[in-house]
Design a protein around this ligand. Sequence first.
Ligand SMILES: NC(=O)c1ccc[n+]([C@@H]2O[C@H](COP(=O)([O-])OP(=O)(O)OC[C@H]3O[C@@H](n4cnc5c(N)ncnc54)[C@H](OP(=O)(O)O)[C@@H]3O)[C@@H](O)[C@H]2O)c1
Length: 322
Amino acid sequence: MEYRKLGRSGLKISAVSLGSWLTFGRIEDSVAKDLMATAYEAGINFFDNAEVYMAGQSEIVMGKILKELNFGRDTYCVSSKVFWGGDKPTQLGLSRKHIMEACHAALKRLQVEYLDLYFCHRPDPETPMQEIVRSMNILIEQGKVFYWGTSEWSGEQLDEAFTVSEQLGLIPPTMEQPQYNMFHRYKMETEFSHLFKEKGLGTTIWSPLASGVLTGKYFDDEVPSDSRFANQANKTFRERGIESESGKQNLIKAKKLKTIADELDITLAQFALAWCLKNHNVSTVILGASKQYQLEENIKSLAHVVKLDEEVLSKVEKILAA
Ligand SMILES: NC(=O)c1ccc[n+]([C@@H]2O[C@H](COP(=O)([O-])OP(=O)(O)OC[C@H]3O[C@@H](n4cnc5c(N)ncnc54)[C@H](OP(=O)(O)O)[C@@H]3O)[C@@H](O)[C@H]2O)c1
């Protein structure tokens, strides 16, 4: 396993990690347990979660598995994210009340004493930045959270968080969790450039395979019945992913990308993940897997990063630009 520093912090995080969105709480708990055991054995030391995943069930399942597998608490990191805790106004957003209560609830569900990483799952323009930054700092001072960060914030919102932290002498965000994959690049490659250079922002990137589009599993007309897009609850994601005009264009590009992966003798999934890992501003690529073979295949992407030389990367650029 390769380990990278989480931004400018001292924390060394595995270059690939394991997430639980649309999987934990939906797949059999025994499969989730095998996935975590395989991940940990391979050296993965970060497991990603959020209060909203399966309305808290994902954290309950992960907490149970962490207890059963009994990994040393000082050998792994676990996260949660706050924003969507329920339907009531007090259960939503980033007010001090919700940040505090959501953290306490996540600790209970995960059965841990502290969260290593805690994310503001989306920006909340209705809560003053001071309130958000201070709330996260209180949790850090209380030892309930070690590193705080954001997810899907804009560069401008992060700038404000850094300015407020500096003005108040508080700990700024350590990491952001943006979507990053071959089809979704602007924040990681352009908008956040100054934050990487000047602030040392770390990143834990999500949907590196564009929800599976970059594996080739949706090349046939029929959506595989055991895939996330076959689930009626994920209709919106499916429409965006493969049925919209841009989704269809992405499938055409993915088919062309597969020819390069074939030439390199690796799978399209490994190719797409290795491409994410090439970006040194990525602290960790969060893998999503609902089956054991997927995780095993995807972890191997680390060994293939070296195959992505300048020539290969420029072929990718031509396909993506078309
Ligand atoms: N902060 C945020 O807003 C946010 C948003 C989304 C995700 N996340 C985090 O990022 C993690 C990863 O996101 P993601 O699950 O969307 O990642 P992804 O890698 O884009 O998609 C994972 C899915 O792709 C399919 N897949 C993966 N490897 C495969 C392989 N080798 N062969 C065939 N199919 C394969 C599986 O789909 P099937 O299950 O359909 O087989 C798997 O569930 C999440 O678990 C979560 O922790 C964060």
